[in-house]
Design a protein. Structure first.
Length: 809
């Protein structure tokens, strides 16, 4: 049914009356939000039923993407767009005198992720559905998402993110599909008549896993896949127990509380491992519920025999967090389905594929044997056996690798190494950018690569261009479509057609004017959130991402301080005005990261209030970085800061989002920056600093001394000393921790080493910016080549190389 403004308005009025008890005239933005969501959900539900029917008849493998994080952000515009309702809904709301943006922003971001890893999972689901693949997400329905960040006197303060405070209109609770997950208890062994060992468990603690389904719609294609989020609850028979004494009653409440904690909150550490028992409980809860669910779905369609599970299902695990999928699938196949070890191992290792996201040592998950033994005794036995067989295999079949056993053993030093478990138990191990995969093969996972070379492969990350271009930047999308037609929306590689316009003056003017409009919109947002007026003609220099030492926000703020010092020395310096825009959350326990946030704020308050500086420099920190904020900043970005210490950023995806919106990258040769450079060419990107080989060589062989730079580079010494003496902030606020950390831990992220080339590169940026025509051409080249970084390309590669599936017709 095609809507007109009149019929859409009628439908809206009907929904408002039925669901909210309001008339159109009475309805506030919240009422309108729920009414529009209900209209969209109605459409989605129809397609959902049809999609499930299709998949039941289809013979393709089903993909299950298991991830502890799904950073999906808001769904309203995405769902309206995919159902073809966005335009008519916008028009209708405007005709009613309402601002659609205000209505849609009633949705609380689903912040069920920390950063890149969780956002990747969200982009992948979008591409899987839009490309008609049968693939579903499986995650946890955390009651509290990633904390909300406030800044008070320059300090980060964390507030709980109770995103479910108001009804979440996209989820459907399906209690009838609940499953039971078991923890603890005792394992008993019995000899069967045929002398095969059998295992049973007693006195386990039971947790009920209740699924909440969120529809994942494809773009204009009738596909609606499922993101299934599991909630931890008390088992049904226990929830209506009659406590016969007060102490039993309180004990009961305590018990309920501890179970509900399993899906209570998302751990706020990004690229950092937290060895808390509750975290491993979350991981097992997710994995066990998901695998039981996969098996149930398999049986409904294919009958009871699970020997062909791998022909009908493939499990992709997003990082090592769901690695217990390996022993859990083994457990179910052996203990419930009575498989032999060999048969169970064959099916398991043909079903599970693993994506590695990092080589940072602080991120590598290792769990104490004692903890796993107590919490998951049967799972521990299986991991033990996996390790025995694996090590024995090396000893006998690969004598040349015998001395590597301590480096590859799944259990070593009384710890379970989750990455090793994932590699041994899967048929595919992929990195997320070319460089990252090479580092895995040649360095971090070399012994495994020597053992299983064919398991290793690369899948460079991507982003959904439907959200990160079409939805967030409608003006640019329209300009593109006017030039090359709309095919790029379904085939983003077609963006390359824009290269034909790189000498077309009117087109370059359009690109410039769209960027300017987006800058004005961001300036307004900055004004309303911070009270600061920024210069709309300044360069918008953007670094937005989690705060981490390796991402080097510190190098960026050193550049700001350097420019400030230059201007103080020479107030008439001819400098192109700049606005530095930061947004970043630090893990609550990450002291250095919090110090950097504080430093950015204190530099900002000095720079922004200095009359002499006027509007030549402004430093803006926007609180609470999340998907919705990213959507507002990215269309206005002109410079994209991707300045991680080379070798440390596995891929990055923020780099891709900004490139796609016409920003130029200032970056190191790290992660996907290298692939961006290979496409756009050296002239359309600003590369600086140490490369990964140099960095890795310094780590291995030494030869770098941060104090030498402090003593020889006056600019560096001046900045460092300013930190020490409280030039930014009052007497009590000195940044001595940063100062000492840099000099006495020898600047482990090479901030001082890369300072000079970074400054020099920014001088080149400035010269380039002064030639606006040249700048717009660079911008066009970046948009044109960004098609490769659509997650559609990435998902096609996963589908054909790893999952071996085709789109469903
Ligand atoms: C894209 C995205 C990230 C990842 O950014 P990187 O620059 O790749 O680290 C993190 N958080 C949010 C909200 C994002 O949208």
């Amino acid at each position: 049914m095609e809507y007109t403004v009149e019929t859409f308005q009628d439908h809206l009025a009907e929904k408002l009356k039925k669901d909210r008890g309001r008339t159109l005239q009475e309805a506030n933005e919240k009422d309108l939000y729920y009414a529009v969501a209900a209209i969209a959900q109605e459409r989605l539900n129809e397609k959902w039923v049809n999609t499930r029917e299709k998949y039941k008849q289809n013979e393709e493998r089903q993909v299950y993407y298991i991830s502890m994080e799904f950073l999906i952000g808001r769904l309203m515009e995405n769902n309206l767009m995919n159902c073809g309702l966005l335009d008519i809904c916008n028009k209708t709301l405007i005709s009613l005198g309402k601002d659609p943006e205000k209505v849609y922003s009633q949705e609380h971001d689903a912040g069920l992720g920390n950063g890149g890893l969780g956002r990747l999972a969200a982009c992948f689901l979008d591409s899987i559905a839009s490309l008609r693949y049968a693939g579903h997400g499986s995650g946890i329905r955390y009651r509290y998402g990633l904390f909300e960040q406030r800044i008070i006197h320059g300090n980060q303060v964390e507030l709980p993110d109770y995103w479910l405070k108001e009804d979440y209109p996209w989820e459907t609770r399906r209690p009838e599909e609940s499953l039971t997950v078991h923890f603890g208890g005792e394992v008993h062994m019995h000899h069967r008549a045929d002398n095969v060992l059998e295992f049973s468990y007693e006195d386990t603690d039971e947790v009920r896993a209740v699924p909440y389904d969120v529809p994942v719609s494809g773009y204009h294609n009738d596909v609606v896949n499922t993101l299934r989020l599991w909630s931890a609850e008390l088992p049904e028979q226990e929830s209506d127990i009659l406590a016969e004494s007060e102490s039993k009653y309180y004990h009961h409440l305590d018990h309920m509380h501890s179970i509900e904690q399993i899906s209570g909150f998302l751990y706020p550490d990004d690229s950092q491992y937290e060895g808390k028992e509750l975290r491993i409980k979350q991981q097992y809860f997710l994995v066990s519920a998901t695998i039981q669910n996969i098996i149930r779905e398999f049986k409904e369609k294919n009958g009871r025999d699970l020997h062909k599970l791998h022909e009908k299902a493939v499990i992709q695990i997003n990082d090592t967090h769901p690695s217990l999928a390996v022993p859990e699938l083994m457990r179910i196949l052996m203990d419930n389905e009575k498989f032999s070890w060999e048969d169970a191992w064959e099916v398991t290792t043909k079903t599970i594929a693993y994506t590695n996201h990092t080589t940072l040592s602080e991120a590598l998950e290792k769990w104490p044997v004692e903890m796993i033994k107590n919490l998951l005794p049967r799972i521990y036995m299986i991991i033990y056996e996996i390790n025995e067989r694996f090590c024995r295999g090396i000893w006998f079949d690969h004598p040349e690798l015998r001395d590597k056993i301590p480096e590859v053993a799944v259990i070593a030093d009384d710890q379970i190494h989750m990455a090793r478990l994932a590699i041994v138990g899967s048929f595919s191990v992929n990195g997320v950018a070319q460089l990252h995969t090479e580092i895995l093969k040649k360095k971090e996972m070399k012994p495994f690569y020597d053992l299983f070379p064919s398991k290793f492969n690369n899948k460079t990350n991507g982003i959904t261009h439907r959200r990160w271009l079409l939805q967030v930047n409608p003006a640019l999308s329209q300009t593109i479509t006017e030039a090359i037609g709309p095919q790029w929306i379904r085939q983003p590689a077609k963006l390359i057609g824009l290269m034909r316009y790189s000498n077309d003056r009117p087109f370059l003017d359009d690109i410039a004017s769209v960027k300017h409009q987006n800058k004005l919109a961001l300036a307004e947002l900055i004004k309303s959130r911070t009270g600061i007026t920024i210069n709309e003609h300044s360069i918008f220099d953007v670094q937005i991402k989690r705060l981490h030492e390796y991402k080097r926000q510190l190098l960026n703020i050193f550049h700001v301080i350097y420019l400030y010092n230059e201007l103080k020395d020479n107030p008439s310096l001819d400098l192109t005005p700049r606005t530095f825009i930061f947004a970043a959350k630090a893990a609550p326990s990450y002291h250095m990261a919090k110090e950097v946030i504080k430093l950015i704020h204190h530099v900002a308050s000095v720079v922004n209030h200095d009359k002499e500086i006027n509007d030549k420099l402004k430093v803006i920190f926007l609180e609470n970085y999340n998907v919705s904020l990213a959507e507002k900043i990215i269309p206005a970005a002109e410079l994209s800061e991707q300045i991680s210490t080379a070798s440390k950023e596995a891929s990055g995806t923020g780099n891709m989002k900004m490139m796609m919106n016409g920003a130029m990258t200032v970056g190191t040769l790290d992660g996907a920056n290298i692939e961006i450079k290979d496409l756009v060419g050296d002239d359309n990107i600003f590369i600086f600093g140490l490369n990964s080989e140099q960095v890795l060589d310094y780590y291995a062989n030494g030869g770098y001394n941060a104090k030498d730079i402090y003593h020889t580079d006056e600019r560096v010494r001046r900045i460092m000393d300013q930190l020490q003496v409280g030039a930014f902030g009052s007497q009590e606020i000195e940044f001595k921790d940063i100062f000492y950390h840099m000099l006495y831990h020898n600047d482990p992220y090479f901030v001082l080493k890369d300072f000079d080339p970074y400054i020099e590169t920014h001088e080149l940026v400035e010269r380039s910016y002064r030639n606006q025509e040249y700048w717009q051409k660079m911008s066009v080249a970046n948009i044109a080549y960004s098609g490769k970084f659509s997650s559609d390309r990435t998902i096609h590669e996963y589908a054909s190389d790893i999952w071996k599936i085709k789109p469903v017709k």
